[in-house]
Design a protein around this ligand. Structure first.
Ligand SMILES: *Cc1c(COP(=O)(O)O)cnc(C)c1O
Length: 492
């Protein structure tokens, strides 16, 4: 299996280990398989597989330069006792109308752990496979959850250094505390005076800066990425779509071969793209519903074919989705353009120059697997309350975006196909918003909110939250967006 850039030709393709180390292609594009795998499997084979077995199977379809043993060791190390549920990703049915795929049982309480526990395993083995002797510098822009999850995943991994940039004032109190309390001699975390899009744009620019890259190479360093732009992070996310399907067959909520729809709270378009790849691999998915918060650039895109980031940027209570430039959409555009890299180049150039582009009717016709909707701040609060009052079940604000959009979709478009909502974070990661929605009273932030939510829910506090407020915090380091490169230079 070879990987090419969405902006480059197939004759420049590289193998998966090299693509994982590089993260982003040198031309600014994203790596995609040259020939998308068409594995032969029957769905009934998947029923009864453990999460680890499912993940290994999916990885083996894409990463064939790794040995069976390397993949086995990777999934065993990634999906173990650091998760607080033996199923890793349990699915739960609620009378409020949906199935919730709980992706938050990992060490940092958000779905990013599913990919970022395994990425370091794949990365360190890739370094060996490729004979790379540079120190790998994981450069990451985060909207809140990728930062902690990548620090946690790469903590003290030999030959790696992590530098995380997050938007100053743009993350929740628990997210901030999680980032500032990470331990490990190879971790740096920096606030940027700007929003996530600015941080991500600068990270991409630094990646594309060849002169800087050469300077670093001389000093023994090489950049890589832990964002969902990295194919080594995206592919592991396909596993939970298959695993959920198999669980629902095992629970007899669906029959083998039945279709499911998924609603995905979306920011950088990585999670939902993994669902689209699952469908391409043959999983019976009817629709993938792209759910946005008030930053609803993707809702408009799917409704009109026009992507336009020239609009106000809102800081919402679902901060991990406060994004106006969704990087992974480029991989979908590449498919919709029948793998024509010149079309992608042209659209991405328009986006860079004018902040907008319009796709052709032919391309739009290729997007029929998707539907889209968004939830306002008021919708999110109402949905948290509705689900809590119906089921005694607390959902976090990101999950609530998807849950609200799914609920509307079921009422207006399709009320018969079973609907799975991707539950991307634990309510304990955003206790202030969850409590305020449920109690409609003012809430004190931080530890007080955590304890108050715990009293209300009467459940076991996740380990990741229990210890959080006892750990020592680093002081916050803040830089301007144009100082990010300088920071890297001085700290490597
Ligand atoms: C990152 C994140 C999202 C958005 O996922 P993308 O892959 O960026 O679309 C949604 N919810 C939570 C809690 C997240 O951390």
């Amino acid at each position: 299996m070879k990987y090419r850039s969405t902006r480059g030709t197939a004759d420049q393709a590289i193998n998966s280990a090299a693509a994982i180390i590089q993260g982003l292609a040198p031309d600014g594009g994203l790596y995609v398989p040259v020939t998308f795998p068409q594995p032969t499997f029957s769905l009934d084979q998947l029923v009864g597989l453990s999460y680890q077995e499912t993940a290994k199977l999916v990885l083996s379809w894409f990463f064939d330069d790794y040995s069976d043993e390397q993949l086995q060791d990777s999934v065993t190390a990634a999906y173990g006792s650091q998760f607080d549920d033996a199923k890793i990703v349990p699915v739960t049915a609620k009378t409020a109308g949906n199935y919730y795929m709980e992706l938050f049982h990992g060490p940092t309480l958000a779905f990013k752990d599913l990919a970022l526990q395994v990425l370091p395993q794949l990365m360190t083995r890739a370094v060996k496979l490729q004979g790379v002797d540079h120190n790998i510098v994981i450069l990451t822009a985060t909207s809140g959850d990728t930062g902690t999850a990548s620090m946690r995943g790469f903590q003290d991994v030999d030959g790696t250094q992590v530098i995380v940039f997050y938007p100053h004032g743009g993350v929740s109190p628990v997210q901030l505390r999680q980032m500032l309390t990470q331990q490990g001699r190879n971790l740096k975390v920096v606030a940027v005076e700007g929003n996530f899009d600015q941080a991500q744009a600068n990270v991409k620019k630094i990646f594309g800066d060849r002169e800087f890259g050469q300077q670093l190479a001389q000093a023994g360093h090489q950049f890589s990425s832990a964002n969902s732009m990295n194919i080594g992070r995206l592919i592991p996310q396909i596993a939970y779509y298959f695993y959920t399907y198999a669980q629902m067959v095992a629970q007899q909520t669906i029959q083998l071969g039945d279709q499911l729809s998924f609603t995905v709270p979306t920011g950088n378009f990585g999670d939902i793209l993994a669902g689209y790849y699952a469908k391409k691999l043959g999983l019976p998915i009817k629709k993938l519903i792209c759910a946005s918060n008030q930053n609803n650039v993707l809702t408009d895109f799917f409704k009109t074919g026009k992507y336009d980031r020239n609009r106000p940027f809102f800081l919402t209570n679902s901060p991990s989705m406060d994004i106006l430039v969704s990087s992974n959409l480029e991989r979908l555009l590449f498919d919709a353009a029948d793998q024509d890299e010149t079309v992608v180049q042209d659209l991405m150039q328009q986006l860079a120059q004018t902040g907008a582009y319009q796709i052709s009717d032919d391309m739009r016709a290729q997007l029929s697997d998707f539907a889209a909707g968004f939830a306002s701040e008021a919708d999110i609060q109402a949905e948290i309350k509705r689900v809590y009052e119906t089921d005694g079940y607390a959902i976090d604000p990101h999950t609530a975006v998807a849950s609200a959009v799914a609920h509307r979709y079921q009422a207006e478009e399709d009320g018969t196909t079973p609907m799975v909502v991707l539950s991307t974070a634990s309510p304990y990661k955003f206790p202030e918003t969850v409590l305020k929605a449920i109690t409609e009273q003012p809430v004190e932030p931080g530890l007080k909110a955590v304890n108050q939510l715990n009293q209300l829910l009467q459940d076991t506090l996740p380990a990741g939250v229990r210890d959080l407020f006892e750990l020592k915090e680093r002081a916050e380091v803040v830089v301007e967006p144009d100082e990010m490169k300088q920071y890297i230079q001085t700290h490597l």
